[in-house]
Every structure is written in C-alpha cells, then in structure tokens.
Design a protein around this ligand. Structure first.
Ligand code: FMN
Length: 188
C-alpha cells in the first residue's frame, strides 16, 4: 500500500472483530510511532499498550456511553504526554501534544496498511483510567486508540455510527480551513 492509498483508506470505523492482534503487528504500530518526528527529537509520547484482559478492562470500564462499540476491542493504545517533555517556546508554543499527535497519525496509517482499524477517541474518563493504569498525575491521557481487525457485528453502533461505517463523514469545503497566501483568502 502506498501512502496515498493509506491516507484515503484510513477510517475511524467502529465494527470491530474481537480476535487478538498478533504481537508482531503491534510491534509494527509501535515502531511507526517511534520513528515519528518530534520537536528536538524529544519523543514526548508515552503509550500504554493494552492487550491483556486486566488493562483492557481497566480502560473499557471508563468509556463514554457513545463509545460502547470500543468494548469489543482486543487492543487499545492509551496515549499520554507531559508538557515538560517537549519544546516550550516563549510565544506559548507548547509542542508536546503536537508531536504526540503526529506520532499517532503515523501509527494510524501503518495500522491501516496492516489491515487494522485504528480509531482515536477522546470520549472516556481520563482521570479514572490514569489512576487504574498508574499514569503519573502530570501526564495528560490525550487519546485512546481503539484497534482491531474489521468485523461484522454492528449491534453496539448507533444509527449515526452505522451511517459513518458506510460513508466517511463530510469534510468542510477546502476554502474554510485552507488559505491562499493570506488569512481568510480561500484556497481553491
Ligand atoms: C481527537 C479525536 C477524538 C475523537 N473522539 C471520538 C470518540 O470519542 N468517539 C468516536 O466514536 N470517534 C471519535 N473520533 C473519531 C472521529 O469522529 C472521526 O475521525 C471523524 O468523524 C472523521 O471520520 P473518519 O476518521 O472516518 O474520516 C475522534 C477523533 C479524534 C481525532
């Protein structure tokens, strides 16, 4: 799969199969994050890879109701980062979340290439999960990446989520977010 194909194919799908993801495949996803760029090569991400029942249950107990589909996942990455572990520039450019997001993005594409669903979510009780998994107080649990092979069981999906399985949710018109040489001048 080339990069273009992975970009177009990557989807935040929710119909997961419960079969485990082999360790060698997880290692490939970890490596994609390790090789990601970061400010000054600080590599601020800290990731708990949950694939055993104990850690998985610790996470699944604190998913928001709208994320109950994720309870079928055989693999969840809990992505953490700390402000002080990456560049902090005086004009308020704190890079820890940016670098960590880049690393997750690279991992999502590699997971896509490996035939997996890798779906980042923000809907969970972060403090409860941090406590159960021993994440230090000064780290932000910025995202969970819900992973697994595509499945056919859609019983935990809402109507809206079912629609999103069929079709990628619409994007804003390009000129709303992208500007041609000057703020507010729509890119066409
Ligand atoms: C930071 C972040 C938080 C998200 N939180 C959730 C979530 O709590 N539950 C969920 O089902 N999807 C969540 N998503 C997935 C988005 O809804 C999804 O990426 C978006 O609708 C676009 O769909 P697509 O990725 O398939 O193109 C999240 C994505 C990101 C990047």
């Amino acid at each position: 799969m080339d990069v273009r194909e992975a970009v177009y194919k990557r989807r935040a799908l929710r119909a997961l199969d419960t079969r485990p993801v082999p360790k060698a495949v997880v290692d490939e996803m970890v490596e994609a994050m390790r090789l990601s760029p970061s400010c000054n090569n600080n590599q601020p991400w800290r990731v708990i890879v949950a694939r055993e029942p104990g850690p998985l249950e610790a996470i699944k107990a604190s998913l928001n109701r709208g994320n109950s589909w994720a309870s079928r996942a055989p693999l969840i990455m809990a992505v953490c980062a700390r402000l002080d572990d990456d560049c902090k520039l005086p004009d308020r450019r704190d890079y820890f979340l940016f670098s960590t997001g880049l690393a997750v993005g690279e991992m999502l594409l590699r997971a896509t290439e490996l035939g997996l669903i890798a779906h980042p979510i923000g809907g969970y009780d972060a403090l409860a999960i941090k406590e159960r998994l021993g994440v230090p107080e000064d780290h932000v649990l910025i995202a969970l990446v819900i992973c697994g092979y595509p499945g056919t069981d859609t019983s935990l999906l809402s109507e809206k989520q079912l629609a999103a399985e069929r079709e990628r949710p619409a994007r804003r018109p390009v000129g709303e977010n992208f500007f041609d040489g000057h703020w507010g001048r729509p890119w066409a």
